[in-house]
Ligand binder design. Sequence first.
Ligand code: GSH
Length: 215
Amino acid sequence: MKIHDFAIGPNPARVRIALAEKGLASDVTFVPVDLPGAEHKQPAFLEKNPTGTVPVLELDDGLFISECTAITEYLDNLDGNPVLTGRTPREKAVIHMMQKRAESELIDAVGIYFHHATPGLGDKMLAYKSPDWDGRQAWGERSRDRAVAGMRYFDKVLRDQPYVAGQAFSMADITVWGGLAFADFARIAIPEDCAALAAWRARVAERPSVRSPAG
Ligand code: GSH
């Protein structure tokens, strides 16, 4: 298997953590994609993933799978022991729901702020953004506020349970982890009163997969 990604990206980190959780790190080769150079917006890459984002998993039969959730589900099911995406219908549904909330209310909201209200990945990416700086900035700042509201939401969830989707670590925790890492990078502070979120983060930071992700 190959993973086309950008080593320091927070979404690539989600898959790198999943690979380490599953003990599959040595089964993949990483192919770097030059995001600041806009390689992911060029036709050769868009053939692999029309949405122009990383990571992308390339299987040995030539199939390309994009979206961290789809990649994680594939990896998690390879050994018939899906610990990250749930075993029962109920577990699967809750993990899916919470991870989607972590995407839309946290990591994607941070991404909009970073890419549209700050210099983001630099000048070569400007051609792929709206030329209306004021509009972009206003939209980005609304997204930043949404990300902070997302942090508060997950703090509330974690006051009542040890992990984002319940009693066990899952793909939903990985997405929140990536969202907070992206927030650090984009300089969006976690509200100081989010004690449950901070305690969860300190606990997750000790996991071997998080301390030593694949790659
Ligand atoms: N929903 C996508 C997934 O789960 O894979 C998000 C992927 C994503 O946004 N990746 C970032 C990216 O490629 C890297 S952290 N950004 C480049 C861009 O938006 O131009």
